[in-house]
Ligand binder design. Structure first.
Ligand SMILES: *Cc1c(COP(=O)(O)O)cnc(C)c1O
Length: 478
């Protein structure tokens, strides 16, 4: 399978390069030349398979043939380990549990850091190790996190001999549980840089540091953030798995997806194109409703950092939706010129006056937003009626999903985190603290390791230069 840029300025690369590079050099996002489609027989096979097998089958199609380090046997082995019982706390990896009113809760947060990010990150980390191992290379992962991505990436890559991780997080802005998940990691290849600033500044710092091409090349800096195609591919697997298990023969399901960067719901859109029996994709936003506005009007207005509201579903507090560019690329039939026009400058556009807006109807994507009071009410009703405690993000999905329930079409609500990560909001909703899974008991009492830095690119560069393997003249794994 060959991969291109949504902006047309990149010679085709293979899956392994897409995985290591992350972003295309022309500023666009990496997309496959075509989306693989499963036959009816293949879908029947997926419907009966255990989760790690489904993930491997999906990944194989996105990798294609002849990619160094990534043959089907190796991928199957990595998937088996990524979703193994020592990492996922549920025998099925992904759980499916009926709620009320035709809703089904799809549990995606049984992994090491209790958020759905583990579903992709565990697999991507394993694939990265394979590729780097086959090439005898090392790399530096530089990322920014508002909480979940960072801990998921760190836990997936902790102890890796080939990858050094530098993760920026905003001082005092992640929950105590999320901070402890990151800062208690003892493996020396994990570096927590706590920035005196907000999340958007962390993200800007990553951009500034990677924009220094000489520095980027010297340290072989790559990203495993939500724009990495490997993550989209890995996430498509649970849409196939859940839809094929829940849909009645010949029937369809809809999905309600708590959305921030549009990565998760975009994977659902891809899964449908691969043949998953999906009717509607419900995009659930919180108070930061950039995407709800876009999907209902065609107008995409990137928010200024100071317009971003801090909410009780913080992993969806975004100013722009990084993966939207891929969706617009698809809607416009791969019109790289138009995508370049629309996304250069980065302040937004109005698609309703462009070719591509008509295609929106066929995308069967609907949207809504949920506020603090909605999420508290949903956490309460789901607890009272079904005996299930959901986290604030999952509650946003359920809140909006309920608005779009149709007769005879199960609404699968994606559970994106466990309530233990967002204890304060659960206490506010239910008057009691969420249970902490046994393996994380005592977390808040463990010693923490991190470095506080000023919000300047130089501070980040210094931290990388001091700690990195490149200091000792490396570049190849020893
Ligand atoms: C990251 C995250 C989201 C948003 O996912 P996107 O892929 O950015 O749309 C929602 N909920 C939780 C708990 C998350 O960690």
């Amino acid at each position: 399978m060959r991969y291109l840029s949504t902006r047309g300025g990149m010679a085709p690369i293979d899956f392994a390069d897409a995985l290591v590079e992350g972003l295309a050099p022309d500023g666009g996002l990496v997309v496959p030349e075509e989306i693989p489609v499963f036959t009816g027989d293949e879908l029947a096979g997926i419907a009966g398979a255990a989760y790690p097998e489904v993930a491997a089958v999906v990944l194989n199609r996105f990798v294609g043939h002849g990619v160094v380090g990534l043959d089907p046997a190796a991928i199957a082995e990595v998937a088996g380990a990524a979703y193994g019982p020592d990492r996922f706390d549920h025998a099925d990896v992904v759980s499916l549990r009926p709620l009320d009113d035709g809703l089904v809760l799809c549990g995606l947060s049984h992994g090491p850091t209790l958020a759905f990010k583990d579903m992709a990150m565990q697999l991507v980390a394993g694939l990265l190790e394979l590729v780097l191992g086959a090439r005898g290379e090392r790399m530096t992962v530089l990322g920014a996190t508002s909480g979940d991505t960072g801990s998921s990436a760190e836990h997936a890559l902790a102890g890796s001999a080939a990858v050094e991780v530098f993760m920026l997080s905003p001082l005092g802005r992640v929950t105590p549980f999320q901070a402890a998940q990151m800062f208690t990691i003892t493996e020396p290849n994990i570096h927590n840089l706590v920035v005196r600033g907000v999340f958007d500044q962390c993200q800007d710092l990553v951009k500034q540091v990677t924009g220094d091409t000489a520095f980027k090349a010297r340290h072989r800096i790559g990203a495993v953030n939500s724009i990495n195609w490997g993550r989209v591919a890995a996430q498509a697997a649970y849409y196939l798995y859940a839809s094929l298990r829940v849909a009645s023969p010949g029937g369809v399901v809809s999905f309600a997806v708590p959305t921030g960067n549009f990565g998760n719901v975009y994977a659902g859109y891809i899964a449908r194109r691969m043949g998953a029996p999906i009717h509607r994709l419900v995009v659930a936003c919180n108070e930061n409703d950039v995407l709800d506005e876009f999907l209902s009007t065609g107008r995409y207005r990137v928010r200024h950092p100071e317009e971003v509201v801090t909410t009780s579903s913080p992993s969806m507090d975004i100013a722009k939706a990084s993966n939207l560019e891929r969706f617009v690329y698809d809607l416009t039939g791969g019109d790289t010129g138009l995508v370049t026009d629309l996304f250069t400058g980065g302040s937004g556009f109005d698609l309703s006056s462009q070719s591509g807006w008509d295609a929106m109807a066929g995308a069967r994507m609907v949207s809504g937003s949920s506020r603090h009071a909605d999420r508290l009410a949903t956490i309460r009703t789901v607890w009272q009626r079904c005996g299930v405690m959901v986290d604030p993000h999952t509650a946003d999905g359920i809140t909006v999903g309920r608005r779009f329930v149709e007769n005879g079409v199960p609404m699968i609500c994606l559970e994106t985190a466990q309530p233990a990560k967002f204890a304060a909001t659960i206490v506010e909703a239910l008057g009691e603290a969420p249970p902490v899974p046994a393996r994380w008991a005592g977390l808040l009492g463990l010693p923490q390791r991190y470095e506080v830095i000023d919000p300047t690119p130089q501070a980040v560069r210094d931290a990388i230069s001091e700690a990195s393997w490149t200091r000792s003249g490396g570049g190849r794994a020893g």
